[in-house]
Design a protein around this ligand. Structure first.
Ligand SMILES: O=C(O)CCC(=O)C(=O)O
Length: 392
């Protein structure tokens, strides 16, 4: 006798058709009992319409919760527990949302974004055909400035961009902020967890032993700005051609550098070679007896432009498209005299506790770094510098 196995096709062949259908129905009903606790005894496959309805309504419900319910409760809470707590929660909400929607690590917090959004109505001054006397006057006042024709005679302008830079200097060492690793440029597309140049943002320090062999080549790509009397970034005794005070920044779209302050006395000159970048700059001001950061001026820097900014200035950058390549130089001459005097006066007019609180907003580690800066005269020129020692 052959053994009958339920569900075996050959065993059901000789059954009447309606009986087979009945058995299948029974088996399905059994299966339904096993796996559905919502409707014990009855299994109904989910209706397609219901599935579509659920698929649409869930995101809508989430959106309503995120955009309406949560803000509504936030405003109720602000009345009960105070605006600061609610503001912190709102920043947290924005940080979570950014972390969920961006492929790159969050390089700027919601709180810092809010600081930048609250920008000054003042526009940055853009100049061209500048003379040294005009430049000296602008620097003296510490007014950040863009010189739109600043790189007009620079050999690297038009030919240097991220791709040409990567292929020309394959073993140059690049420090990637997201991964916190040093990578040779030829491997920039092979960074762990990223496809191609995705989220790449970092810098090249020209003075590492591997990079130093390219210094002369890099110096050859640039010129002393036409409105300066001489080459201020390779000028003795504060720098020289083999130790120029320069660094390179590389960044892809939507990456950037969060607001920070460089603890140095020098003036910065940034030269934009490729792509466009948004910048913000702010500086310490005193209002109603309190030290605070001025509302930032926000502007875009385009290829071929030079930007000058000064000691004590808090800044952030964000790449707007493709891949940005820029060089930053630290220069000491001419000195931002009036600006520096006002700055130190403001900083020292408040208590040490207040000064500490103020600088901590921007992660300054050496609270007294400004005390090491001096303005000196040499060969009929004024310099701002932390040291008289030649750079060796
Ligand atoms: O150029 C940039 O993107 C950042 C520059 C910067 O933060 C710096 O030089 O300190």
């Amino acid at each position: 006798m052959s053994k009958r196995v339920p569900g075996n096709k050959s065993n059901n062949m000789d059954m009447p058709r309606s009986k087979t259908a009945e058995s299948i129905h029974e088996v399905r009903e059994m299966e339904g009992k096993k796996c559905s606790s919502l409707h014990p005894g009855k299994f109904k496959p989910v209706d397609q319409k219901v599935a579509v309805l659920l698929g649409i309504s869930f995101p809508i419900a989430f959106l309503v919760f995120w955009k309406v319910t949560l803000p509504f409760f936030a405003s109720i809470c602000s009345l009960i527990i105070g605006v600061d707590v609610v503001q912190t929660l709102a920043f947290l909400q924005e940080d979570i949302m950014n972390a969920m929607t961006s492929p790159c690590p969050n390089w700027i917090s919601a709180e810092e974004r809010a600081f930048i959004r609250n920008s000054s109505p003042k526009q940055i001054r853009r100049v061209s055909n500048l003379t040294f006397a005009e430049f000296e006057q602008i620097v003296n006042a510490g007014e950040p400035i863009v010189v739109s024709d600043g790189m007009k005679d620079w050999p690297g302008l038009g030919s240097l961009n991220c791709q040409s830079f990567f292929s020309k200097y394959p073993d140059a060492e690049y420090f990637d902020w997201q991964g916190q690793v040093i990578t040779p440029l030829k491997d920039i597309n092979k960074r762990k967890s990223y496809k191609g140049l995705e989220c790449a943002a970092g810098y090249i320090d020209v003075r590492t032993p591997t990079n130093a062999k390219y210094i002369q080549d890099w110096v050859n790509q640039v010129r002393a700005p036409y409105f300066l009397s001489e080459d201020v970034y390779t000028r003795e005794p504060f720098a020289n051609a083999s130790h120029p005070n320069m660094n390179f920044f590389i960044g892809t779209k939507n990456t950037g550098v969060s607001p920070h302050l460089d603890e140095t006395c020098d003036t910065f000159m940034t030269a934009q070679f490729s792509s466009v970048k948004n910048w913000s700059l702010s500086w310490p001001i005193k209002e109603e007896g309190e030290l605070r950061w001025s509302n930032p001026i926000v502007f875009t820097l385009y290829p071929g432009e030079l930007l000058f900014w000064f000691v004590g200035m808090r800044h952030h950058t964000e790449v707007l498209e493709d891949c940005s390549l820029s060089f930053s130089f630290q220069i000491t001459m001419p000195a931002p005299r009036d600006y520096f005097h006002k700055l130190t006066q403001n900083i020292h007019s408040v208590s040490e506790t207040d000064r500490e609180k103020f600088f901590k907003q921007t992660y300054v580690s050496n609270l007294d770094f400004l005390d090491s800066c001096n303005i000196i005269e040499k060969d009929g020129q004024s310099f701002i510098t932390a040291s008289l020692e030649p750079v060796t």
